[in-house]
Write a protein that binds this ligand. Structure first.
Ligand SMILES: Nc1ncnc2c1ncn2[C@@H]1O[C@H](COP(=O)(O)OP(=O)(O)OP(=O)(O)O)[C@@H](O)[C@H]1O
Ligand SMILES: [Mg+2]
Length: 403
């Protein structure tokens, strides 16, 4: 039988498990990325330098090769490209509309409102002046104004770029200007700050069935820059809260028009109910879809994704009910001299995967976005406390010395 190729959009560190899945399922993997040194380039059977937002480039390459499917995961940036390329080639994928709905935070607010779900007070702003007015100006979506504290963010970015909590007028304009730096479409959102517990919802939709496979509580660095530091699966909530989260999840999947694929959402559970932060039609990043979800549910989201992409969509069935911790590592600022203990940490029982993004010689700085974190730990256990204990052990095992 001739080789069957699958195009993988993006070849970064977290696309490697997807490229490996493509190969494991008997396909040849061709990956694209604008970075010739992308770590997935060496893992794929073939690699081409094509920017992951270059739809024409990806379509022409896919046509030349005659690919059987196109996949991507764990990053929002490639989702609109994936949708456009699969539409152009008449292959299974998210619709361009679902891709837009799940990557544009202003659109998410509008759709959740249309579906009768509650939103924080919010305003979509096209200029700094719009943003300044949004705080007090009475509006249908922000009765009495958004007020302080609020969150200022680009409508169409990710990895917490340009996302800031703002407590007072003097912080407002710099935050608005920063958010405008990161928007591709030239719009930002100013939202009421939701005071509650943030959760992520991880799942998928295949064969007409929506599955919720993991719910975590997410902890961050202290504001102004909001960077995720620890996710505990399952969220330690009573059953009633889990039921409400499940209902909200199902309603959002429907409202955003997600017909198939992996799903990663972020919600905030407050005393006044559950609110959407954002929901994506892709797997959760930093190993959530590739490592955490299989470890806790037995569902191989990457395999389901690849099979769907090549027209072999199958029902998904949960077989496990375990706990996991995804924790990020941050070390103090300074120039790294030596890193010790990583190999030992990787062998600790209960570690699914742990790795560092830093190496000797690197200058560590306090992070302002997710991509500047220094490493991660993924553990599994029968109970959350066990998974947490293993993560603590890993943290103690890895040490960094400075020049
Ligand atoms: N209205 C809000 N109220 C409280 N916290 C918020 C609000 N909006 C965003 N946040 C916090 O800021 C974080 C980042 O915001 P958001 O998810 O919208 O941006 P992002 O660029 O997609 O970031 P990431 O890729 O890290 O998820 C959220 O995970 C949440 O902790
Ligand atoms: Mg987010």
């Amino acid at each position: 039988m001739p080789d069957r190729w699958v195009l993988v959009i993006a070849a970064g560190y977290w696309q490697i498990p997807l490229i490996e899945t493509v190969k494991r399922l008997g396909f040849r993997a061709i990956a694209i990325d604008r970075d010739p040194n992308a770590p997935g380039a060496k893992i794929a059977d073939r690699f081409e330098i094509v920017d992951i937002t270059d739809v024409e480039g990806a379509v022409s390459l896919a046509n030349d090769i005659g690919v059987s499917g196109v996949v991507s995961d764990q990053t929002d940036i490639s989702v609109p490209t994936l949708a456009k390329v699969t539409s152009a080639l008449n292959l299974p994928g998210p619709s361009p509309e679902a891709a837009y709905n799940t990557t544009n935070k202003a659109r998410m607010r509008e759709l959740s409102k249309l579906a009768g779900l509650q939103n924080p007070k919010y305003r979509i702003c096209e200029s700094v002046d719009d943003g300044k007015r949004a705080i007090e100006e009475d509006h249908e979506d922000a009765p009495g104004g958004v007020g302080f504290p609020c969150v200022v963010k680009p409508t169409d970015s990710q990895a917490s770029r340009g996302v800031r909590k703002v407590d007072s007028r003097k912080e407002l304009v710099p935050a608005i200007e920063e958010a405008f730096e990161y928007t591709g479409e030239g719009r930002i959102l100013i939202e009421e700050f939701l005071d509650g517990i943030e959760v992520t919802v991880e799942g998928c939709r295949y064969a007409g069935e929506t599955h919720l496979l993991g719910v975590s509580t997410k902890k961050h660095t202290p504001p102004p820059h909001i960077i995720a530091m620890n996710l505990d699966f399952p969220a330690p909530f009573p059953g009633k809260t889990h039921e409400e989260i499940h209902r909200m999840y199902n309603a959002l999947v429907k409202a955003l028009g997600i017909s198939a694929g992996s799903i990663h959402g972020e919600l905030i559970v407050t005393g006044k109910g559950i609110f959407l932060v954002e929901m994506a039609n892709r797997g959760g990043g930093s190993g959530t879809s590739s490592h955490v979800i299989p470890a806790i549910s037995g569902v191989d989201l990457l395999e389901a994704n690849v099979r769907f992409a090549v027209g072999d969509e199958r029902r998904v069935e949960r077989t496990l009910e375990k706990a996991s911790v995804l924790r990020f590592l941050l070390f103090p600022p300074g120039k790294v001299k030596e890193i010790k203990g990583l190999k030992d940490a990787q062998n600790i029982h209960g570690v699914v995967r742990t790795d560092l993004y830093i190496k000797p010689g690197d200058e560590l700085v306090p992070p302002v976005m997710d991509t500047q974190r220094h490493g991660y730990i993924i553990t599994v256990g029968e109970e959350l406390s066990e998974a947490q204990r293993v993560a603590d052990e890993v943290e103690r095992a890895i040490t960094v010395t400075y020049e």
